[in-house]
Structure formats: structure tokens, C-alpha cells
Design a protein around this ligand. Structure first.
Ligand SMILES: Nc1ncnc2c1ncn2[C@@H]1O[C@H](COP(=O)(O)OP(=O)(O)O)[C@@H](O)[C@H]1O
Ligand SMILES: [Mg+2]
Length: 418
């Protein structure tokens, strides 16, 4: 096996594709710690950077419900994050063992919301909320959030566009904006979406969108409204079902707008259940931030232009490919128009690649084309290995599709005419 100087009695907790997590005893103190390291013996620079970043977040946080960092150990060409160990399993494993009772679900998600309040208050978005990253001790009801490997700092300005460069998090729990398909900024409301998928799963025993196929899951997140939990099981309190559905809204503007707002509703459910053994309906979001000024997410007054682009996309399926140029003065809404098209095309499982020629990039030849192709590649990369193999024309054992699948592509150049 392996050794890390200063630690002994290693026991495997988790052996995943990317990371291994082991428990070990710290020789100097006799304390049990958890050690997270890359699964590969020779990890890439990126894999090392991800763990270094996770260490930084854990080190900065110092919260009782998130493992505290104890050290970053460099071992040969790899690194290991040493942290506080919690000796209880993930919510995923607990639920697989025996589904959670209603009171347990309400308790777990009220506590998880409280953890998110503190995490978000420190300016950090988790981006990978799912039952494997939540630890749950059934006897005590204790809840811990792990895996800050996908976390990011919140954008400083509300207008800052945080377009996902890489797609982070598990696809089944990923918000529409995290898929990188609709070009909306990722903010704390993305965590509410993943929270909603997890809550939905614990309430109903199934996820809102089934299957493992990344393309189908992304399509579900973008375009399909899942059945309400209360419709699947009448024993599920309506208000809890509504909370899950509110978190699952496609537009971030229709979800909760603040973490304390989300937490307040779950606390109300928990208190009601403890006091009256049932949860009477109440109006959701009463404590939510409603006074925050927000631009609407959908564009208005561009129906004609949008219809022209959609019509072009419709014809792409028959003729193969198309290029559209969108011209207009600065600030007239060219980018928003193309993003709106991108949203509707993504919902039809198509791709839109676009790039912008602007006054700042004049020295870079083909900058718009480069942007467009990079965007297309990012979209394909987000779909998992089997789909990548299909797109690249590499025969894949796991793929049921032929290697010559064509994909529709509309390219829009946004040019600034000044
Ligand atoms: N500090 C910890 N204490 C106890 N178990 C942990 C700890 N950190 C991670 N684990 C366990 O290891 C699993 C994988 O850890 P995680 O950080 O989520 O790795 P990955 O990046 O591979 O998803 C978790 O689901 C959890 O069961
Ligand atoms: Mg994880």
C-alpha cells in the first residue's frame, strides 16, 4: 500500500474515479483524520490545483459542519489534503441502506440549508451539492457538508458574468446554468437547484431526471418539468413538495433569492412537524429577499429577431449548417438575443456556437471564430466520455449511437458596428 509520513492505520473510505479518501491516525496526536488524494499515481497539474484549492477553502472556513483542514501534504508527485474526519457515512449510503423518514428528510435539509447560509455568507458557492457530499449520522441527526473541490468565490458584482469554463459537479444535480448551455451566470442560486434535486430524491426515492446519460440529463434540466413529489406520493406534505419544485425552477429568478429565505421555510417545516406532527401549508418565501433589483432573465421585445434565428436553426437540421451575423450598436442586446436562442436550441438538444468580435480583441485574428469553437467544444465535453467519443468519431463500446452522428450547428457572430 502507500504511506504518508506521520500517519498510520490507513483505511479506505472512498475510492472514486478522481479521488481516494482514507481515514488514518495522526501519529503525533493519535487523532483520526480523513485524507483526500488523487486516485491516479501521476495526477495532472489540474487535479493537483483542484485539491490545493479545496484545501484553501477548508482552511479558510472553520465551521463545525464542514471538515476543518489539518494540512496539505506533498508526496512525490502527488498531494493529499488532511482534514477532520467524521466517522459517519454519506446521505447517499444512509438512504440506500434504508430510505429516510419524513422527519429525517426535513431535519437533514433544514440543517443543510443552515450550513449553506454560513457558507454563502462567507462568499463561497459549493457547486456540487448532492447526497454523496452530505454526511449524515442517523442516530444523532448530525449533518456535515464535504467536498469543496468544485467551490468558487461568489462574483463580486451582481452583473459579473460567471460563465462556466469547465462544467463542475455531478450532472444529475446540476443547475441549468451550470451545464454551460444557456450562458447564464452561476451564483448561489445554483446551489439551491442542486439542493432541490437532492431534496426531491430523498422525498420520493427517485431523482427528477432519471438515467446516467449526460445529454438526456442536461436536456431534462433545461427543458423538462419533473412531476411534483406530492403527485408521486400523496403522503409527502404539499409545502415540502413545493419547496423542492421552487428550488428546481429553470430560471434562477424563480428560485429562492437568498439562503436565509430558503432556510426559514425549512425551519418552519421542521418546527411544524415537531410540534404538530404535520406540516400545514404556508406561503413560501416570506422571509426571502424580495427587494433585490434584478433584470429579467428573458429578453423582451425581440420576438421577430429571435423568430428569424430560430427559423434558421430549424432549417439547419435539413441543410447541415448555417452561419448568422448579428449586427448592432454597443448595448443594443446582441449577446442577450443570441443567448436566448442558445437556451431554446439547447432545450432541443442542439448546439449553438457563437463568438463576439469586439473593439478590444482586434489584434487577435479569428477571435470570434475561436470563441465560438471553444464554446462548442466545452458543450460537448460536458456530456461525458461516451458522447465525446461519438462526437469525435471514435467508436465506443459504451455508446449505442453510430460514430457518424451529425450534429446541428448554428453559428452566430456578434459584430459590433460602431
Ligand atoms: N472529512 C471526511 N470525513 C469522513 N468522510 C469523508 C470526509 N471527506 C470525504 N469523506 C467521504 O469520502 C467520500 C468522497 O469524498 P469527496 O470529497 O466527495 O470526493 P470526490 O471529489 O471524489 O467526490 C464522501 O462521499 C464521504 O463519504
Ligand atoms: Mg464528492
Amino acid at each position: 500500500m502507500f504511506g504518508i509520513p506521520g500517519y498510520s492505520r490507513f483505511e479506505c473510505i472512498h475510492a472514486g474515479r478522481k479521488h481516494r479518501v482514507v481515514s488514518a491516525v495522526e501519529d503525533a496526536t493519535g487523532r483520526v483524520v480523513a485524507i483526500k488524494m488523487p486516485s491516479m499515481l501521476l495526477p495532472s497539474g489540474k487535479a493537483l490545483a483542484v485539491l490545493e484549492k479545496e484545501f484553501e477553502y477548508l482552511d479558510r472556513l472553520d465551521l463545525p459542519e464542514i471538515p476543518r483542514a489539518r494540512g496539505l501534504v506533498r508526496t512525490g508527485r502527488s498531494i493529499a489534503v488532511v482534514m477532520e474526519c467524521f466517522e459517519f457515512p454519506s446521505l447517499k449510503l444512509v438512504a440506500e441502506d434504508r430510505p429516510l423518514r419524513l422527519a429525517e428528510v426535513v431535519g437533514v435539509f433544514e440543517k443543510l440549508a443552515a450550513i449553506l447560509v454560513r457558507l454563502h455568507a462567507r462568499g463561497i458557492i459549493h457547486r456540487d451539492i448532492n447526497p454523496a457530499n452530505i454526511l449524515f449520522e442517523r442516530i444523532t441527526g448530525r449533518v456535515v457538508l464535504v467536498d469543496l473541490g468544485s467551490a468558487i468565490d461568489m462574483p463580486q458584482q451582481s452583473s459579473a458574468e460567471l460563465r462556466p469554463e469547465t462544467v463542475e459537479g455531478k450532472v444529475a444535480y446540476m443547475s441549468p446554468e451550470q451545464t454551460g448551455r444557456i450562458n447564464r451566470p452561476v451564483d448561489l442560486r445554483s446551489d439551491f437547484y442542486s439542493f432541490g434535486v437532492s431534496l426531491y430524491e430523498m422525498l420520493t426515492g427517485r431523482r427528477p431526471f432519471a438515467g446516467e446519460d449526460a445529454g438526456a440529463l442536461i436536456h431534462g434540466h433545461l427543458a423538462v418539468r419533473p412531476p411534483e413529489p406530492a403527485a408521486l406520493d400523496p403522503a409527502i406534505p404539499r409545502v415540502l413538495s413545493d419547496i423542492a419544485m421552487k428550488c428546481l425552477a429553470k430560471d434562477a429568478g424563480e428560485r429562492y433569492q437568498s439562503t436565509p429565505g430558503l432556510h426559514a421555510d425549512l425551519l418552519r417545516c421542521r418546527t411544524a412537524l415537531e410540534r404538530h406532527r404535520k406540516i400545514a401549508s404556508f406561503v413560501l418565501g416570506e422571509s426571502d429577499a424580495r427587494d433585490r433589483f434584478q433584470f429579467p432573465e428573458r429578453i423582451v421585445g425581440r420576438g421577430q429577431e429571435l423568430a428569424a434565428l430560430q427559423d434558421l436553426y430549424g432549417r439547419v437540421g435539413r441543410t447541415g449548417s448555417a452561419i448568422a451575423m448579428v449586427r448592432g450598436v454597443s448595448g443594443v442586446g446582441k449577446t442577450s438575443l443570441v443567448q436566448e436562442l442558445s437556451r431554446s436550441v439547447a432545450a432541443q438538444k442542439g448546439y449553438v456556437a457563437y463568438g463576439k468580435y469586439d473593439q478590444y480583441n482586434r489584434a487577435v485574428p479569428f477571435s470570434g471564430l475561436i470563441q465560438a469553437l471553444s464554446l462548442l467544444i466545452r458543450q460537448i465535453l460536458s456530456e461525458g466520455e461516451a458522447r465525446i467519443a461519438v462526437r469525435a468519431g471514435v467508436p465506443s463500446k459504451r455508446s449505442a449511437m453510430g460514430s457518424n452522428t451529425l450534429f446541428s450547428l448554428a453559428m452566430c457572430w456578434v459584430s459590433n458596428s460602431m
